[in-house]
Design a protein around this ligand. Structure first.
Ligand code: AMP
Length: 397
């Protein structure tokens, strides 16, 4: 039997899971439990025999994990008999404490908890998942893989905000960056596609999903990234504003009387594509734009302009890029966004071949013309596989 790793990604009301065969990287089983702590809970459990949809209300993550383990049992493939060698946990914020994955012990749990002020929506459910899984599967190593870890290689010039030093230090205010697990996976795949050693490769990785970020990667290490202290900075996202003048906050506080929580809600949940176009899904924005909706037309332009802005900045940061890489929901599927955000950059060596760009493909592929100075490529991301790989490399050593 080959070794497997159970990857858990616990959100506030959901548990996403995947059992990864570490021999070939395939998922033998995967699933999603939604609406934890609410009514109408639903578990979708998928293996090679098919998909099971189970209606089940669970009050908390503890019961949720038990339901997931029951689903494994009921399909005749109990977790205990699956060759499990580790559990990999996605953790959003590792602050400046974790530059690598780590085997979880009580100290690690305490540190993740102490980092909660930096990721109040994400670290608590991530930690709850770890605690529950350690109790349920106590004999296995549990590995925490942090979204921020990949960006711990940022130089001080890139991670430092020009604020009063002591205030910033006291409150941990610096750029941390996110999507690191995805960017790490995609960078390896891009180097493979380029037939280059990752150590000798410079990349601009555009992770364009519901959250979106740009990262400059030199030799497999992050040297600049668009998300900051929180995942709010940088590109335009589904519901998040990305970059804006911090003075806007003071203005709205004073002139509109908005409280901190109102501002948080505005920037994190009512802005981005949703704020501009009234829809947070890019497919719906395109549909409205095709009907001539002015708000949707502008939203697409703002979205692509911001991407172009970061591509130019990161070309300058890197000095030279071997490839611009698109990944995640929009990056992998949206030919319009890819071609519009990189249009007019031929003099910088960046060009999209419209025929290649229009071809659908589930595998990593190049969409620039042959001989282009900077390759443009689409690389599907796989955060769960990367978490499994990082977990196995840690427990195998
Ligand atoms: P992710 O966070 O990577 O799962 O990406 C989710 C987002 O990808 C959705 O909110 C959509 O905006 C976008 N998306 C998914 N499929 C497509 C598609 N075929 N065309 C354009 N955008 C898409």
């Amino acid at each position: 039997m080959t070794a497997t790793v159970l990857v858990l990604n616990c959100g506030s009301s959901s548990i996403k899971y995947r059992l990864v065969d570490t021999g070939n990287g395939t998922a033998t089983t995967q699933g999603l439990l939604e609406r934890i702590g609410e009514s109408g809970g639903r578990l979708r459990h998928e293996d090679s025999d098919g998909v099971r949809e189970i209606d089940v209300d669970v009050p908390d993550h503890e019961r949720g994990l038990r339901e997931i383990m029951r689903a494994f049992d009921e399909t005749g493939r109990p977790l205990a008999e699956s060759g499990l060698v580790a559990v990999g946990h996605r953790v959003v914020h590792g602050g400046d404490r974790f530059a690598d994955p780590v085997v979880v012990d009580d100290d690690v749990e305490a540190t993740i908890e102490a980092l909660t002020p930096l990721a109040p929506l994400h670290n608590p459910p991530n930690l709850a998942g770890i605690q529950v899984a350690r109790r349920a599967l106590p004999d296995l190593p549990h590995v925490a893989v942090f979204d921020t870890a990949f960006h711990q290689s940022l130089p001080a010039s890139a991670y430092t905000y020009a604020l009063d030093t002591s205030t910033a230090a006291e409150h941990g205010v610096r750029r941390y960056g996110f999507h690191g697990t995805s960017v790490s996976y995609v960078s390896h795949e891009a180097a493979r596609l380029l037939e280059r050693r990752l150590e000798d490769t410079n990349l601009i990785v555009l992770h364009l999903g519901n959250g979106a970020s740009a990262t400059a990667v030199r030799g497999g290490r992050s040297v600049d990234t668009s998300m900051g202290l929180t995942p709010l900075e940088g590109l335009v996202m589904g519901t998040r504003s990305g970059d804006l003048d911090p003075g806007i906050l003071f203005h709205l506080r004073r002139e509109a009387g908005m409280a901190v929580d109102d501002l948080d809600d505005l920037l994190n949940r009512r802005s981005g594509l949703l704020g501009l176009a009234g829809a947070n899904d890019m497919r719906e924005v395109h549909r409205r734009a095709r009907e001539g909706d002015e708000h949707a037309l502008l939203a697409r332009e703002v979205y692509c302009h911001r991407i172009r802005h970061y591509v130019g900045a990161y070309l300058a940061v890197l000095g030279h890029a071997h490839a611009v890489v698109f990944t995640a929901g929009i990056g992998e599927n949206d030919a319009w966004v890819r071609s519009h955000s990189l249009s007019g950059l031929r003099r910088l060596g960046i060009e999209v071949d419209h025929v290649r760009n229009a071809l659908p493909g589930r595998r990593a592929h190049v969409i620039s013309p042959d001989g282009a100075e900077v390759a443009v490529m689409v690389v599907p991301t796989d955060e769960e596989l990367e978490i499994a790989r990082q977990a196995i490399s840690l427990v195998a050593t």
